[in-house]
Design a protein around this ligand. Sequence first.
Ligand SMILES: C[S@@+](CC[C@H](N)C(=O)[O-])C[C@H]1O[C@@H](n2cnc3c(N)ncnc32)[C@H](O)[C@@H]1O
Length: 272
Amino acid sequence: MLLRVANRLVAVAALRRRIPNWAVGSAVRAMEREAMNSDPKRIHGFFTYTGGKWRLAKEYYAPLFPKIVEPFAGSAGYAGKYYWLDVKLYDINPIIVGVWDYIIRASTAEINRLPLNVQDTRKLTRLPQEARWLIGFWMQRGLSNPRETPCSWMRSGNWSVHFWGPEKRARIARQAELIRHWQIKQLSWERIPNTTATWFVDPPYKRGGTRYEFNHIDYERLASWCRKRNGEVIVCERSCENWLPFKPLAQLTTVANSIYEEGFWYRGPWKR
Ligand SMILES: C[S@@+](CC[C@H](N)C(=O)[O-])C[C@H]1O[C@@H](n2cnc3c(N)ncnc32)[C@H](O)[C@@H]1O
């Protein structure tokens, strides 16, 4: 505990430029280790989503700040890895905001009462719309919008554990208890307050982002906005794009089986 407080004090002093960068290297490494190792229990996605970062989250730098802001939240894969921190999510899509709001607020009992064996979410008229969307995201994997009816893989019954069913419902109910402190707001990135935090910026790709309902981004403006965030910033994009100087992160395969390289850009108060 004492070490944690000392490290945070060094970090804050360094941020205010009272300590030169070279002197804070060990504190930064200690904070990084602390963030990596203090994961009390690993949690899994609350819903699967096109471009979701749940599996890739471990490849990015661990947060150095006690607050994480995801301005393009989607399924919030990075925040999910560090769920015990102060998490602020934003998205422009009312469906994403509604689903997160429901998960954060619904009681465990309410989630555990959600119906199983759903054939058409439109018929679940007694449920809040947000709960129907949540179930709809589990009707197929990697959707950008909830489905109303199960996909053929789900209908076949061979892969039932991967879709909406008792296992997913119990998982969401159990994990929701761990994220009651998260906040979600429907706001476009330009309007989010510039708080000091670890900013995980994962906009729709410049090329290929059209799968999202909301995908009109001025990338030049976004680049300059990212450079001005207080704290540290991790930005996601394909490594071949150049609206920021992206570096390679990992090779990934698209749904159509073609390979591409995921990239990232990092800017923080210290060299990492
Ligand atoms: C690549 S996805 C984010 C994926 C997320 N990192 C995850 O782990 O699931 C991009 C998200 O940006 C949102 N979005 C698009 N335009 C936006 C805007 N102007 N402001 C905020 N969010 C926006 C989309 O609705 C979508 O959910």
